[in-house]
Design a protein around this ligand. Structure first.
Ligand code: GLA
Length: 373
């Protein structure tokens, strides 16, 4: 195992263990997690591995195989910068919650495609959290680890994300998607056997990440909170009378509510179809989700729209942007015998516009975080 060898080279001894946490792709339920809504992500076959040994002195030493330079020595988590903040943030969050976590020597290795919006930061956080949980005998549940990992991301790294990414990484299961109620944090897995239906879930990595993406994410959160306040509810999950709400609101707030409320219904509809074994039929709901994210929630971009339209033209059953938006990846549900025509259709649409060719990856629902060695 490469990461264990890198550990031995860096610190002169074998690691106590090696842990792995996957990235995620979201099937449906976008921009609903921070509105107390429903999401349906699954863990992907790629992720982050962490070789870790405990240290008695409270110091954190961190090395990433992907980054230049030797190990960083961090006496206090607050000193960490850049990618190291995600790992140091987990130590901080665990200690903040009162868990007796000492130091650690850590080496990180990852195989998630960069910038594709597949949650490499959540994978890093969850891998480190699981390692520290085992090494320090904390006995935390998967959901508790996900919540603490999210805390590291929100309150330490300063990224205002919801709980979806960390939960999918911590609780994913092979062959299944995770239906998570982001209000109660109740999670249930739902069978998602694509191959049995002759289907592939293609990830189309647009290769673009638009500037201001994080600022616009925070703006969307604020718009949702304002709308909830105006409607006199705690969160948009509480909107049961959509027509009534739309009658009261105007402008951006009206559009955002329209998306969030209908997206929660689409998650429920997709889960119903999956449970009924009607997997190909979810395509229409993926398409509807994309239109809603593009027109009502306004988080798409030309590269995502073109990928989705060209995939559907190439006869995908359905396609949508996935993740936060403003770049990153789209997904397309594709009958296996049409995989090539879909890829060609999207590639041709990109070439016509003079855009860099997109990357295609086939994602199967994979196991969540685990110990490898
Ligand atoms: C990002 C965030 C998630 C979620 C999605 C949108 O990926 O990290 O928490 O809000 O955007 O669904």
């Amino acid at each position: 195992m490469h990461v264990a060898e890198a550990f031995r080279e860096a610190y002169g001894a074998a690691p106590h263990g090696v842990w792995h946490a996957p990235g995620r792709v979201n099937l449906i339920g976008e921009h609903t997690d921070y509105n107390d809504g429903l999401v349906l992500p699954f863990a992907v076959p790629w992720g982050v591995s962490a070789a870790v040994s405990p240290r008695a002195d409270g110091v954190l030493r961190l090395l990433s195989v992907q980054m230049p330079g030797g190990p960083l020595t961090i006496a206090d988590p607050g000193e960490a910068e850049g990618w190291a903040r995600y790992a140091a943030g987990v130590v901080w969050a665990l200690r903040e919650a009162g868990h007796p976590v000492g130091g650690a020597d850590v080496v990180i290795d990852g195989d998630l495609p960069r910038g594709a919006g597949l949650s490499s930061s959540a994978a890093l956080e969850v891998a480190v959290a699981l390692a520290l949980d085992e090494l320090y005998g904390l006995g935390l549940s998967r959901m508790e680890l996900a919540v603490l990992a999210r805390r590291a991301e929100n309150d330490f790294a300063g990224v205002p994300s919801g709980i979806m990414d960390q939960a999918a990484s911590a609780l994913g299961e092979e062959g299944r998607a995770l239906l998570l109620d982001c209000r109660s944090l109740a999670g249930r897995t739902v069978p998602l056997d694509l191959a049995a239906h002759g289907l592939t879930l293609l990830i189309i990595d647009t290769g673009v990440r638009h500037e201001l993406a994080d600022g616009r994410y925070a703006t969307r959160r604020a718009e949702c909170e304002r709308a909830a306040k105006r409607l006199g509810v705690e969160s948009l999950r509480d909107v049961t009378d959509l027509a009534g709400a739309l009658g009261v609101l105007t402008g951006a707030e009206r559009d955002r509510v329209q998306h969030v409320v209908t997206e929660n219904h689409r998650v429920e509809a997709v889960v119903g179809l999956l449970r009924a074994g009607a997997v190909p039929e979810i395509g229409a709901l993926l398409n509807a989700s994309h239109l809603s994210l593009r027109d009502e929630f306004a988080v798409s971009c030309p590269e995502l729209d073109v990928a989705v339209e060209a995939a559907v033209r190439g006869r995908a059953r359905g396609a949508r942007m996935t993740g936060g938006g403003f770049g990153g990846s789209a997904i397309a549900l594709v009958p296996q015998d049409r995989e090539q025509s879909v890829c060609e259709s999207v590639s041709a649409a990109y070439a016509e516009r003079g855009w860099r060719p997109p990357r295609f990856l086939a994602a199967t629902p994979s196991a969540g975080a685990r110990r490898l060695a």
